[in-house]
Design a protein around this ligand. Sequence first.
Ligand SMILES: *Cc1c(COP(=O)(O)O)cnc(C)c1O
Ligand code: SF4
Length: 355
Amino acid sequence: MIQRTPARIEARDASHPPDVRVEPGNTPDWQQILSQSVTTPEQLLERLGLAPEDWFRGAACGHRLFPIRVPEPYLARIEQGNPDDPLLRQVLPVAQEAEIHPDFVSDPLEEASAIQTTGLIRKYTSRALLMITGQCAINCRYCFRRHFPYGDHRLGPEDRRQVIDSLSASPEINEVIFSGGDPLAVNDRLLSQWAELLGDIPHLRRLRIHSRLPVVIPQRVCDSLIDWLSRTRLQKVLVVHVNHPAEIDQATRQAFRRLSEAGVTLLNQSVILKGVNDSSATLSALSETLFEAGVMPYYLHAFDPVSGARHFSVSDTDAIRIVNEMLENLPGFLVPKLVRELPGRASKTPLDLGS
Ligand SMILES: *Cc1c(COP(=O)(O)O)cnc(C)c1O
Ligand code: SF4
């Protein structure tokens, strides 16, 4: 049986004001939208009609550990005055973030040691990760990179030459992944220069981008992005990051459509999060909504024990039960792979779904 989208999500989509159009020639400036993001507990609570006396202390406390950042197009999808809104939970700091627990650590994937000074990470056999920037368009409370010193990684011209030399000398690498932070937080002039240099390396086949920006600020899918994506000879894959079907509105669908039309294969990764998407009904609705928007579900990440995010923790037993329910509800191609990244492994590790 196919699960229907919960009624609340449909109602919310209908009740919203018309979305900002993402059209050629009439592109709002995504950088301006980004720079006008909500970045304080006061602004966030006021904007969403939440009583400061209930939420301010927790929000201020979490904000000191990992600053609030939420752009307006994402805020517009959050229901006013509802502290349990699944999108709000992803961005509102709470007092539990300050809790210390021995099993929840600051770098659960032990990534800090794998980064080279140039921003190139070579932990997979056929693909190389390029940390384009440490900046993100939104600060997700559960992020396993919330404690990461990414701000230090800014690639200069000398780093770029080193990266290109290293990739040119590595014929086993056929795919480069723009990672971060959020690589699309960087301007298109710089990204198109990278794409051009990479396109000149004959053994590279694919360019992959891991970004939450087309979801968080759909206006990011502007003419200049489409322009350099259309020009590269490399095959393009964009892995977006959506955790709940209410994150996809009309403007997001239009952004996805423009990307598809430019020849970009769209995949999604989600994290299983308590109070956000820890049910097979929500995750099945997410898969259906993604597919309607031209995006294939790819990974569902089992929860990583990152300190400050224990309140989002879903046990492996629950995650496995939920994915098994999804297998009953959905065609196989709409069930994401439930995986975990383990330190030192050359790929993601699938969780055993049992028999
Ligand atoms: C897992 C991972 C990859 C590699 O992804 P595959 O789809 O397994 O090839 C790249 N970047 C990041 C940040 C990852 O976590
Ligand atoms: S956009 Fe991705 S990397 Fe950035 S805070 Fe959110 S989950 Fe973390």
